[in-house]
Design a protein around this ligand. Sequence first.
Ligand code: AHM
Ligand code: MG
Length: 341
Amino acid sequence: MDRLTTLTQHIRDAQLQHPGASGELSSLLTQIGVAGKLISSKVNMAGLVKIRGSAGTTNIQGEVQHRLDQLAEQTIRDVVGRSGYVCALMSEEEEEVIEIDEAYRGRYVVAYDPLDGSSNIDYNVSIGTIFSIFRKVSPGDEVTKADLYRCGTEQVAAGYIIYGSSTVFVYTVGQGVHGFTLDPTVGEYILSHEDIRLPSACKVLSVNTCNGPYWSAWVHDFLGQLLARNDDQKRRLTDRHIGSLVADFHRNLLMGGIFLYPEDARSPKGKLRLMYEANPLAFIIEQAGGSATNGRDRILEIEPEWAHHRVPLVIGNSAEVELARRCVLAASGNGSSESEA
Ligand code: AHM
Ligand code: MG
């Protein structure tokens, strides 16, 4: 019989490779898993108790907050914020950085999107929680800018929990990417996707094509080159787009594919947020053998200006990410995009 591995065991085994480690990061990841279980149960109850619909408020991004967004936010604050392992939280739902009370203060900073895929929340479509973890760098108890606004290369862990047909926790601490499916009958995450590697062929294209009228020329060039791979003999690429980044990313990670949300006339700086959407997924995709760019730079090397810094995002198979970069360069008059990936 195959041996069973729980999330807690897996995190502890990873920690054994760092004998000097305090175990706090392992415990923090476990607590994020607990928050994920609580959010998962609320998501599953959404049609049964009155937690669907708009909360009648908007967040810092001007987006409508759903009641489930707020429940997920409160759950993370209660579980992770009082875990004793974090000194600050940065949430999509909160304009300001949340400094943790002295009594609970620990050594880590967590940036998170409590419930990604807001536009799908009320329609039984997959949504998820995304998180990124940094270690506090400045001495003393005070949380400084140097602790908060860091490049993605400094992340010590990142992951997401997807609430789909099952609930899956995916994480990396820089030793590969691993996925665990929640067994709801016992409330435990069980290893189901060990050492995920991005398939070498890019089979899926995920983009909101209704933004076409607002795109820059390079996006049309890029998509034209991708679509030209299909001919009457063979469909090499197919379109799959959910509209929940976390779900689109998860499917592409397992199938091989490219997701893009480029800058456009409506969102000149891009729509997605660096610290709690692009950075954690970029860490994961690189660990799985892929890449992520804003069209010019590696996502993980972009310096955030603030918690809600937005970036264009192209993420997935490296050859296609590189093709996107060439299209951007060609559009700015610096080379040709033509030698296809
Ligand atoms: P959210 O964090 O408020 O849900 O916003 C981010 C979401 C992503 O999950 C998704 O890729 C994108 O917004 C969809 O945006 P659009 O509706 O413009 O296509
Ligand atoms: Mg989001």
